[in-house]
Design a protein around this ligand. Structure first.
Ligand SMILES: Nc1ncnc2c1ncn2[C@@H]1O[C@H](COP(=O)(O)OP(=O)(O)OP(=O)(O)O)[C@@H](O)[C@H]1O
Length: 319
């Protein structure tokens, strides 16, 4: 007798094929294929305007792609965001979208509603079924707050949380729908290096819970540390896809995404000296702001980060 074992990591969770999105004459996403397998963290990078968020919107039912197909666990995803969430795909947004005046706990409970079956009458009458479901939701929401480290702030009003915690809360709310795939759109935007490192740990922990992850991010250090695979979009098309090593070494990606040297890069110091000298000789007096990067790797556009993970840390950070 032969036994066959299935390598779970090879099972596709999400499969997007030939996804194209046009806005009038503008082709924001063109013929993009992308697969996310069970247990994977996949990164989506690319310069500003490359089509990353549009692609996310095509995956999550906010946009109906002009062409192409998106399946989750083998089933075509419905073109409605709430149905996509019910199917098992949750997301966060580039700009925080919390219910600012609700408490931390209430925000997570809102995310739970796709998993509660009690109807309007049951809610109005507050029968035993409703009370049981409510208690279960509450328990699950507290579990999630514990998981992301916000349990002690369950009763705080969301708008009073520090920025990094608001981002975490968004993730908890997305997790409340018990997804099998989590899409994160720039989860570390605006975070300080400590918050970014904590976010990295949190995402690994989410993956370890069996949730596949697709993440858009401009912080190259973060993305290359985190991801098993990275795809780079440029002008709506997938330029390259591969391991972090392959993608960060791809000269087309370097050229398309950065185009300029960065602090700490070989030759960057010399380049900065030359630039300063040129600025002085052109009579401007002070060297102009250049694309050499701030060294944090957290910028949001071409020239704002490094493609070498571990080379762009802020002073004092472990490399
Ligand atoms: N609803 C829309 N209507 C028209 N054009 C749009 C719409 N949404 C996005 N676009 C255009 O599609 C292109 C891709 O934008 P998108 O926001 O997807 O890029 P991005 O890679 O996510 O950029 P960023 O990194 O700056 O967030 C841009 O030219 C943008 O102006």
């Amino acid at each position: 007798m032969t036994t066959t074992t299935t390598d779970m990591s090879a099972v596709p969770v999400l499969e997007a094929s030939g996804v194209t999105m046009r806005f009038g004459g503008l082709v924001a996403v063109h013929n993009v294929d992308l697969t996310v397998r069970a247990g994977e963290i996949v990164g989506l990078i690319g310069p500003n305007g490359a089509g990353k968020t549009t692609f996310f919107n095509c995956l999550t039912g906010l946009y109906v792609p002009t062409e192409g197909k998106v399946t989750y666990q083998g089933n075509v995803l419905p073109p409605k965001p709430h149905l996509v969430t019910t199917a098992g795909v949750a997301r966060t947004f580039q700009n925080i979208r919390l219910f600012a005046n609700m408490t931390v706990l209430e925000n997570v409970l809102v995310g739970r509603h796709t998993r509660t079956k009690e109807g309007l009458w049951s809610a109005l009458l507050r029968g035993p079924g409703f009370k049981k479901a409510e208690a279960a939701s509450h328990e699950r929401a507290m579990e999630l707050l514990e998981f992301i480290g916000l349990a002690e702030k369950a009763d705080h009003v969301a708008r009073n949380l520090p920025y990094g915690e608001q981002r975490k809360l968004e993730i908890a709310r997305a997790l409340a729908s018990d997804p099998g795939l989590l899409l994160l759109d720039e989860p570390t935007a605006g975070m300080n290096p400590q918050e970014t490192r904590a976010a990295e740990e949190l995402i690994f922990a989410i993956r370890d819970q069996g949730i596949a992850i697709l993440v858009i991010e401009h912080d190259m250090r973060f993305i290359f540390n985190l991801c098993d695979r990275v795809a780079c979009l440029v002008q709506g098309e997938k330029l390259v896809e591969g391991t972090p090593e392959v993608v960060q070494g791809d000269e087309r990606v370097v050229a398309a995404y950065l185009g300029t040297p960065f602090e700490g890069a070989p030759g960057a110091e010399e380049a900065a000296e030359v630039e300063a000298a040129e600025a002085a000789s052109s009579g401007t007096g002070s060297p102009k702001e250049s694309g050499t990067g701030s060294g944090t790797g957290t910028g949001s556009g071409p020239g704002s980060g490094s493609l070498k993970s571990g080379t762009t840390g802020t002073e004092g950070e472990a490399q």
